[in-house]
Ligand binder design. Sequence first.
Ligand code: ADP
Ligand code: MG
Length: 258
Amino acid sequence: MITVAVANQKGGVGKTTTAINIATALAATGWKSLLIDLDPQGNCSTGIGISSGERERSSYDLLIDQASVADCLMPTRIPGLDIVPATVDLSGAEVELVSVEDRTHRLRKVLTADTGHDICLIDCPPSLGLLTLNALTAADSILVPLQCEFFALEGLSQLLQTVERVQERFNPDLGILGIVLTMYDRRNRLTDQVADDVRSCLRDLVFESVIPRNVRLSEAPSHGLPALIYDHACPGSQAYMKLARELIGRLPERRIAA
Ligand code: ADP
Ligand code: MG
């Protein structure tokens, strides 16, 4: 299984939207996909149609009790896509983990078991705390959604420093899958300026595909559906399909699930 952490310490930049729609696109392509909701807000779980009442086991159980992924996952209504949902307990996990030995490797340990998935996408919370550190320690690579706004580059350099620290201390194999520009607004000159700066600094790390600002993407979660299912033809969904194709090209050959 290939594990990808979708991370950025800024909130509202499109992490959850990207995790849900990329996982859906990959599932549609025949990849057995797993989402892990690692944000106590649980937007990923809600957005994929799992109401809070339906969540029995969660990512909290993975981290704190070291429960198995197989015991904590739930199917979604998208064929080939499972999720380990998040519950509000997760907001306490960050504090609980502080006193635990091996606190950065909790997720990595439970992800070593074979669950028959080809890919796992971890939807991270908007911080660089222990939850995100667990995701980066468990992951093969990080996918960074970046909103083209003032200060985007400052936030990005802080994130890349964290990636280096994780590589040095916890996970030497962590790679950067890429940076995807989200909520792109062509009419906004600042957006273009920031996009140019990001591309000239980080070149090939930045995906060619850009996710436009698109109201259909923001409507989909309230229907408990990925935008790709809610409105396959909208510009946002089309952009995520394109991104998924580009992303597959950067992933190592898929390991065929047994
Ligand atoms: P994060 O997980 O980084 O906090 P979200 O994916 O939850 O970000 O996105 C924040 C908000 O913006 C959500 O309401 C989401 O529906 C909306 N949103 C995300 N991407 C887009 C987009 N490309 N166009 C319009 N709205 C978007
Ligand atoms: Mg989110």
